[in-house]
Design a protein. Sequence first.
Length: 431
Amino acid sequence: MKKKAVLICPHKPSNDPRIDWVANTLSKYYDVTVVGVDSAIDNELKEFNRIYHTITIPVSKKAKIIKGLVKQVLWPVRRNKRNKKNNKSSQQNENVQVQSMQKSWQWKLKQLLSWWWFFISIHMTFMDYLSKCDMNFSVIVCVDLLTLKIGSKIKIKNGIKMLYDAHEFLAFAYPNCSKLQILALYNHEKKYIRFSDAAFTVNKYMARVMEKKLSYAPIYAVPNAAPLEEFKNYYTDDIEKYAKGRVKFLFQGCFEEGRGLECLIKAWTKLENTNAALFLRGPDNSYKDYLYQIAQKYGVLGESVFFLPSVGEQDLIAAARNADVGIIPYVGDILNNKYACPNKLSQYMQAGVAILANNLVFVKSRLDKYKNGLIYDSERMSTLIEAVQNICSDSEQLELFKKNSLKYAMSDYNWEVQSREMDKVLAKISK
C-alpha cells in the first residue's frame, strides 16, 4: 500500500495547471490528495480523477471576517458607484486613481497590511482543516510561499517530510511593492524554506537566484512544460474572420500590470502598413478594461487589435493553434519576470506556433536552443516593431519557427521530459 501525501495550494487547485502535473508525478509514489481554498464556496467540495483526490475547502469563518475587514477598511481603491451612466469613464478614472495612489506611502502601507492579513487567513484556514482531518499523510507538498509556514508547522508537529514547489519568487513578483513588503516576504521565505526536505522551482536560472538570496541549496529546476496531450480539433473562434489574411499574433493569459501588454498595443499603432493582427485573450478584469480603452484611444481597436473571450485551461493549446505567433511580453524589470517560465511557452509550442518574446532569461535560452522564434527588448519599442515586421515579411522563416516549436515540444520541452529531476527526488524521498 502506498504512503499518503497531501499537496496544499492557497487557491482553487484548477487555477494553476502545474498543480495537476506535480500531483500526477507525485502519485507514482504516494496516494495523493490535493487541498486548495476557494473563498466563493461555503461547503467542502471533493473530486477524484482516477489518479488523485482533490478537496476544495472554504475559507474559515474567522478568516472570512478578516478578509471582510481587508475589503472594507484596508483596501484603498473603491469603485465610484455614483457614476453608473458611464461605466467606461468610471473605469478609466479608477485606473488613473490606482496608478496615482500606488506612488503614495499610504497605499503601500495598506497593500502590506492586506498581504499580511491574507497570509493569516490562508494560514488559519489550512491549520484548522489539517488539524481536524484524518489523512495520516507522510509528506506534505507546499505550493508557493503562502503555504510554506503551514507545511513547516505540520512537519514539526507530525514528524513528516515537507517539499516546497515555488512557482515564483513571490517577494520579487509584483510591480510597485514597497521595500517593506519585499523585505517581509523575502524574510518569510528565507526563514521557512530551511524546513524543506527538497525544494523545486521553475528553471535553473530562477533556482540559482533563489539559492543565493535564500541561502538554501539545492533548489531543483522543473520547468513549466505542459504534458503532451492528444491532438484536439482546432478551437472555434473568430480569429480568421478578424485577421483577414494577416499574420495572427496571439497573447493568452491574465491581464495584469507588468506583463508588457500596454507596450504591445502601443507598438501596434506604429504597424499600420504591416500585415499583422494582434489578438489578446484572457479573463475579464479592470486591467483588461483599461487596455481596451488604450486600444480604442489609439484607434486600433477592431482594426488591428482584437480582444477575444477567455477559454478554459483545457482548451488553451487547441485555441492557440488558430494563431501563427504566440507572444510572451512580460516586462523583465521585475526579478520574477526576468527569470520567469510561463506556462504559455510550452502551450504555444505544442500548438505549433512561432514565439515572439521579450528578452527574458529562461525564455531566450529556449528560443536560442529551439530556433522557434524571435526576441525583442521591451525597453526599446523599435525592436518589437522590427521583430513583428521581420516575421510578417518572411513566410519561410515563420513556417520554420512553427515546425521547430512543435518538433521540440514533442521531443524535449514537455512535462514527461522536464520533470525527470522531480521524479528522481521523489523516488529517493519516498523510500
